[in-house]
Design a protein around this ligand. Structure first.
Ligand code: 5GP
Ligand code: MN
Length: 340
């Protein structure tokens, strides 16, 4: 965003407005943290702000300040539609294309209002009047921190806002270990702690509230892991039955894909999760180094994301998807056969 646009946006925000803030479907820590962080700021400036999520989010995010005020589009459809149709400004956070909002996509396509995008995914779409895109940034939460800086509002960051933004930076950087974690990220985190984010509590509330069933499901996932040494690749499968047997709840498989990357020599990891209700296999992809999983997901699995973390879907069966994935790898022989 250039300085003229910032000026224009600032003057738009100088008067109270009806504002809707939307994250992507199946919101994660960064999506919930960034939308609620911005929400608290806009409310403090007397705007009528509301966060509308396309659907529900995992229990491990049900402590975030303000989450009880979220309007879930799936559960409160009429209310959500009313907010969207009356919005003078719509902030879209942590996604790059309306299709990432699931069933909200059609409504957004037909809503004539001013859009502001804040996002760090590759290849952003051009629907927004104001686009703040930074694919090198660790998280949308870090971008919201910088955005508040552009609005000269850093001093207005409350402990609530700080907690929300800390959350998304923590989850999107794998607790500050992925290559997207820069010295700036750490400076932002330090400032958020100074502004009242209780760092240790946030880690505990997010990561130490697992159910026994979830831990058992992780055991099944690790047991199912298949290694393809020739391609330095490992993948995990979870069938609908395995999920049902462990009383699967949204978010229970979050982070499972990363375990494969913990194996020495593995640079490409995938997880295939059967979803009978949606009749798809949900796919998460992760990589180390230059192997571009965003391209891989876009090309083969109707998805996208970042260079080292992306997702997509398959309409084939779980077995067929696995087989197709293994076949695809031969096209990437060169990229995956790095020198040990
Ligand atoms: P995850 O594997 O944790 O669901 O997602 C990893 C990254 O890929 C996230 O940044 C997420 O927004 C993106 N992503 C996940 N699934 C999809 C998808 O189906 N389509 C696109 N375009 N991006 C996805
Ligand atoms: Mn993100």
């Amino acid at each position: 965003m250039n300085s003229t646009e910032i000026k224009e946006l600032k003057s738009l925000l100088a008067q109270p407005k009806k504002i809707v803030i939307i994250p992507h479907k199946n919101p994660d820590g960064d999506a919930i943290g960034s939308t609620l962080g911005l929400y608290h700021y806009l409310k403090s400036q007397n705007h009528e702000a509301v966060v509308v999520t396309p659907n529900d989010y995992p229990d491990f995010l049900k402590w975030v300040p303000g989450e009880k005020e979220i309007v879930n589009f799936e559960q409160k459809n009429d209310q959500a539609k009313k907010f969207i149709s009356e919005a003078e400004l719509i902030f879209t956070l942590d996604f790059n294309h309306f299709s990432r909002t699931g069933q909200v996509e059609e409504i957004l396509n037909n809503t004539n209002t001013t859009y502001v995008m804040i996002d760090h995914h590759q290849q952003p779409d051009d629907y927004a009047k104001f686009t703040y895109s930074d694919v090198s940034c660790s998280s949308t939460c870090e971008m919201v921190y910088h955005f508040l800086g552009m609005l000269e509002a850093t001093a207005q960051i409350t402990p609530e806002i700080a907690s929300c933004l800390y959350l998304g930076i923590m989850t999107d950087t794998g607790s500050f270990r992925f290559p997207s974690t820069t010295s700036t990220t750490h400076r932002v985190i330090a400032d958020l702690i100074d502004k009242g984010a209780k760092n240790s509590e946030i880690h505990q509330q997010t990561f130490d509230t697992n159910s026994y069933n979830r831990m058992q499901l992780l055991g099944v996932a690790l047991n199912n892991m298949k290694i393809l040494p020739h391609y330095h690749t490992a993948y995990i499968t979870l069938s609908q039955k395995e999920l049902d047997d462990h009383n699967f709840k949204k978010g229970d498989t979050e982070g499972f894909v990363n375990y494969s990357l913990g194996i020495k020599g593995i640079i490409f990891a995938a997880i295939f999760i059967e979803n009978e209700a949606e009749k798809i296999i949900k796919i998460s992809l992760r990589s180390k180094g230059d192997f571009n999983v965003n391209e891989f997901a876009r090309k083969h699995f109707e998805g996208g994301g970042h260079i080292n973390a992306a997702g997509g879907r398959s309409l084939m069966s779980l077995e067929e998807t696995q087989q197709h994935f293994e076949e695809l790898l031969s096209n990437y022989e060169k990229e995956l056969n790095y020198e040990d």
